[in-house]
Write a protein that binds this ligand. Structure first.
Ligand SMILES: [Zn+2]
Length: 340
């Protein structure tokens, strides 16, 4: 019998995996710029395959690829007429793959770019967009809802209200793009405290920052709230000089975000260390966002002590011809120049 989200959180760490839009863009199925998940309708097998790769790598949650599948974004790419079929199909694909393992299915909503804290009418428009997306998601069958990459506490609170009307657990995470505050001026930890007080089951941060610059913020959030905490950083080597992935520049000074970030990528080993660090801090939901590949997720799962389906093919460098203990005399003689 499959455990619920809350049962899993009470009994240990939940491992998340996201970054579907970035990965499918790299594979040629989503256009960088609008980043609308048209692949859900145009290349459903590609979406299914990526879900399956994350499942095999140990992800506990299949997140329906409805990120940016809201009315505002579909209008940008002239596909507003596909809104309902795209949302329904995304949940169906996630649900079908989740059933191949023991994963939960999460509905997904995100920042809309339509919200303006000074214009109450935009709040109503955002609410309507979330409601239509999530009603379809509930109809197709989700276990909980992730509201993510929120820039504004105000928009996140609207998402939380809509999720609560559906009677589902809510995970609400903020995108820490700014040095310390949401765009409507709340310290991240304070914003999470408010979301928790309003009844979110999980609060935290996702996207924009890599582990090194996100972990200090999540430590403050962990101290501030009693509910579960989520962290889903991007696998990039952000630091004090370049705290977010948007801040990276190429050697020529050109902005690396979003399509030239490869040179700044974190290795699977770095993400494995991050997963352990997050667990030691008491983070309950540990995942990864834009830039993620299944190799990162498997390394994180294994660092957390799990053996997952893809572990069958985890590295065995002792079997590599040049690294094995019984290396031949011929290869041993060559080794110093091979690694020089
Ligand atoms: Zn992301």
């Amino acid at each position: 019998m499959s455990l619920s989200l809350m049962e899993r959180l009470h009994s240990g760490t939940v491992l998340g995996a996201e970054g579907y839009v970035f990965e499918l863009e790299r594979r040629g199925y989503i256009k960088a710029g609008p980043f609308v998940p048209e692949a859900v309708l145009d290349f459903p097998d590609a979406v299914r395959e990526l879900h399956r790769e994350f499942l095999r790598a140990g992800a506990d949650v299949m997140v329906a690829l409805t990120y940016y599948a809201h009315r505002e974004k579909l209008r940008d790419v002239s596909r507003e007429g596909d809104l309902e079929t795209m949302n329904r199909q995304a949940v169906r694909i996630a649900r079908d793959v989740a059933r191949e393992g023991d994963a939960l299915v999460a509905g997904n909503i995100c920042n809309t770019w339509a919200y303006d804290q000074d214009d109450p009418a935009t709040g109503q428009a955002v609410r309507a967009m979330y409601a239509e997306q999530l009603n379809w998601a509930v109809d197709e069958g989700v276990d909980f809802v992730i509201s993510e990459t929120n820039d504004y506490l105000g928009e996140a609170l609207i998402a939380l209200e809509v999720i609560q009307t559906l009677g589902l657990p809510a995970m609400v995470t903020l995108a820490p793009t700014q040095p310390g505050q949401t765009r409507d001026g709340y310290e991240y930890a304070d914003a999470c405290r408010i979301l928790a007080a309003e009844g979110a089951q999980i609060v935290g941060l996702n996207c924009d920052r890599g582990p090194r610059t996100m972990v200090p913020l999540i430590a403050k959030i962990r101290e501030m709230v009693d509910c579960s905490v989520a962290i889903q950083p991007v696998p990039y080597r952000t630091d004090a000089i370049t705290p977010t992935m948007q801040a990276f520049r190429s050697p020529d000074g050109e902005q690396a975000f979003p399509i030239a970030l490869d040179a700044f990528a974190s290795t699977r080993l770095e993400m494995a260390k991050f997963a352990l660090q997050a667990r030691e801090l008491g983070v309950d939901y540990i995942g990864i966002c834009c830039g993620a590949g299944p190799h990162h997720v498997r390394a994180m799962a294994e660092a957390l002590g799990r053996t997952v389906p893809a572990s069958k093919y985890s590295p065995s460098m002792e079997l590599h011809p040049m690294y094995r203990a019984d290396i031949s005399a011929k290869d041993a003689a060559f080794l110093p120049s091979w690694t020089a």
